[in-house]
Unconditional design. Sequence first.
Length: 337
Amino acid sequence: MGFIFVLIVGLLAGTISGIVGTGSSIMLMPVLIYQYGPKEAVPIMAVAAVMANFSRILAWWREVDWRACLAYSVTGIPAAALGARTLLVKGDFDACLSLVQQASERLGIYLLNSINPFRIEGQKTIAIEALEQLGWDPPDWLVLPAGNLGNTAAFGKALREVHALGLIERIPRIAAIQAEGAAPFASSFRDDFTTRPKVKAETVATAIRIGDPASFERAVQAIRFTNGVVTTVSDTEILDAKAVVDASGVGCEPASAASVAGVRRLVQEGIIRPSDRVVAVLTGHVLKDPGALLRYHQELAPPPRFANSPVEIEPTVEAVERIIGNLEYGIGGALRA
């Protein structure tokens, strides 16, 4: 039996992404914009934010820069709590992005989403750091969540450039993983990218709940250049994978867990071989989408496969003793009743 090596990057493993206040690999983008972007020319920064990741960027920006920050959001709470002026849009992420693009063109607001070239350059460094940490000995696969497809496009650009520079001798294959309820790119892949469908996205993984990806064409180039694949996983598979990652002590948002669930799916389908070396990318912090944690571990009935439900007891030593007597080790070495 072979062995699958899964290196989790983007939160730990030497990047700054998981130790700064944003807790997200998206932080790699605004650092570049702040350093090299048109700082003096634009008074307002704006972003279409699904939930918390971009909200943390805006909070960081307010701390280091005087400009106003606008968040166009479906939910609004994280962005508002972290200091951005928040506009609640009646619609999904795709409606948010369309609106923020139009407003940026007409009102002179600087857009931070993945159509911004600095965003792609920042995201590109995730793949480069992973390769560097592996001693420039590339894995067989780079597996990542796929929503707006900025990361997929950026990874393809990174691999093309480091290969041209001679830093790697062979090119890893990219596997882009979408949620079943938000999978226009996977649908197009099955048609050899001859179509570009749009869908009404619905998934528990909010960061990839996107029905009309902005970086579609660039992501197609990345998949073709790397002989990559695009597949889907269910919300159940995503949440089960998240539970395993969380219990390992790393933790991630639901969308990030799509990459780990995708590895499992591709192994089952025989596309990833047991002997392959695989890098699975986690792009968002465990503190994003905390409601998913509560639902998975406390509210769903019957309990999911890896649920670790709290046990309610009376405030007595005897009650604690009864629980201790029934403890066993679960996933990640965690004690379970």
